[in-house]
Design a protein around this ligand. Structure first.
Ligand code: 8YV
Length: 322
C-alpha cells in the first residue's frame, strides 16, 4: 500500500519528525519559513494530509482549488487560523492536540500573572540596564498574588489547570465564566464559583485570565467597555488567542491606568506587536511560549501522529474538531 503523502509546515521536534518519516511519505519544511496562502493552496492539491500550525492561515479561499488533502492535522489545540466550516464543506477532516499542552500553557499564564503583579519584567530591565540603585522600602512595589481573586474566562482543560495552580498553590479565590454550566464537583475542586456573564465577573476580580477559544465568536471579547468594568488595579492575562483582546483598547487602558497591567503571550497580528504595547511598562510580553517545552512539543507531535494513523487506518481520530 502506498504511504499517504504528508506535509509538515514547520520544523517539529526531531524525535517526532523521525518517527513520522517511518510511517508516511513525508515532506518537511527544512527552512522553517512560514508558508504563504499560495503555498498552502498549492499544497492542498498535492498532499493527502497537511499538518499546520498557528502560523498557517487557512481561510475559505485556499480550499477553492479542488483539493487532494483529506485531513488537516493541526499541531496545537487552538485552530482559529483554519476555516473549519470551509474545510468541512470540502470533506476535509480537522484535528487538534488537546490535553498534552494544558499544564505548560497554564504554567505560562501563571508566569505572566506573577511577573506582572510583582513587576518582574520591569525589575529585570532596570537591573540589566544598570539603573538599580539598591534596596529601599519603597522600591518597585507590586501587588500581592496570594489570596487575591482570579477570574477565569473559559473553563476548559487549560482554564482548569490554571485554577488548580492559582487556588491550590496560591490560595486564590476562583470565579469562572464559561459558555456552558460547569459541573458542581469540578467547581468544588477549586472552591470556584461560576458567574453567568463576563460583565458580572470583571468587577469582582484582581486578576482575569483568558482561556476561551479564539475565532470570530470571541473576537474582541475584551473591549474598552469591558476593560472599564475591571478594577483599577486589576491585571489581564491572555494566553488564549490574540484576537480575544482589542489590543488598541488594552493599550489605552494600560496607558490611562484604567487597569493595573497585563500579561500577554498571544497577539492579534503575530509576530507584530503594536508600538503602544511595546512602550508600556505595566505589560509583560512573551513570544507565544504557552506550549514551548520539549516535553509538550514532543507530546503534541505524537498526538498528531496518533490522529493521522487512526485517520488513514480507517478509525475515527480522537481529536477530530471538524
Ligand atoms: C501552539 C497554541 O504552540 O496550541 C495552541 O493553540 O497556542 C500554542 O501552544 C501553537 O498554536 C502551535 O500551532
Amino acid at each position: 500500500m502506498t504511504k499517504p503523502k504528508v506535509l509538515v509546515t514547520r520544523r517539529w521536534p526531531r524525535a517526532v519528525e523521525r518517527r513520522m518519516e517511518e510511517v508516511f511519505d513525508l515532506d518537511l519544511n527544512t527552512s522553517d519559513a512560514p508558508l504563504t496562502e499560495a503555498d498552502l493552496c498549492a499544497a492542498l492539491g498535492r498532499y493527502d494530509a497537511i499538518l499546520p500550525t498557528v502560523t498557517d492561515r487557512l481561510p475559505a479561499a485556499v480550499f477553492d482549488a479542488a483539493p487532494r488533502t483529506r485531513i488537516l492535522a493541526n499541531y496545537g489545540v487552538g485552530f482559529s487560523h483554519i476555516d473549519t466550516e470551509a474545510a468541512k464543506a470540502r470533506g476535509i477532516a480537522v484535528t487538534n492536540t488537546p490535553d498534552v499542552l494544558s499544564e505548560c500553557t497554564a504554567d505560562i499564564a501563571m508566569t505572566l500573572l506573577l511577573m506582572v503583579a510583582r513587576r518582574a519584567g520591569e525589575g529585570e530591565r532596570e537591573l540589566r540596564e544598570g539603573r538599580w540603585t539598591g534596596w529601599r522600602p519603597t522600591h518597585m512595589i507590586g501587588t500581592k498574588v496570594s489570596g487575591a481573586t482570579l477570574g477565569i474566562i473559559g473553563f476548559g482543560r487549560i482554564g482548569q489547570a490554571m485554577a488548580q495552580r492559582a487556588h491550590l498553590g496560591f490560595g486564590m479565590k476562583i470565579l469562572v465564566q464559561n459558555r456552558s454550566p460547569v459541573p458542581a464537583e469540578m467547581l468544588a475542586r477549586y472552591s470556584a464559583v461560576q458567574v453567568p456573564t463576563v460583565e458580572e465577573l470583571l468587577p469582582q476580580c484582581d486578576f482575569v485570565s483568558l482561556h476561551c477559544p479564539g475565532g470570530k465568536a470571541n473576537r474582541h471579547l475584551i473591549n474598552s467597555r469591558r476593560l472599564d468594568l475591571m478594577r483599577p488595579g486589576a491585571f489581564l492575562i491572555n494566553t488564549a488567542r490574540g484576537e480575544v483582546v482589542d489590543e488598541h483598547a488594552l493599550a489605552q487602558a494600560l496607558w490611562f491606568g484604567t487597569i493595573g497591567g497585563a500579561g500577554l503571550d498571544v497577539f492579534e497580528r503575530e509576530p507584530r506587536i503594536p508600538e503602544e504595547l511595546l512602550g508600556a511598562d505595566n505589560v509583560v510580553l512573551l513570544p507565544h511560549l504557552g506550549s514551548a517545552t520539549r516535553e509538550t512539543r514532543e507530546a503534541m507531535g505524537f498526538r498528531v501522529l496518533e490522529n493521522l494513523t487512526d485517520f488513514f487506518g480507517g478509525r475515527a481520530p480522537r481529536d477530530r474538531v471538524a
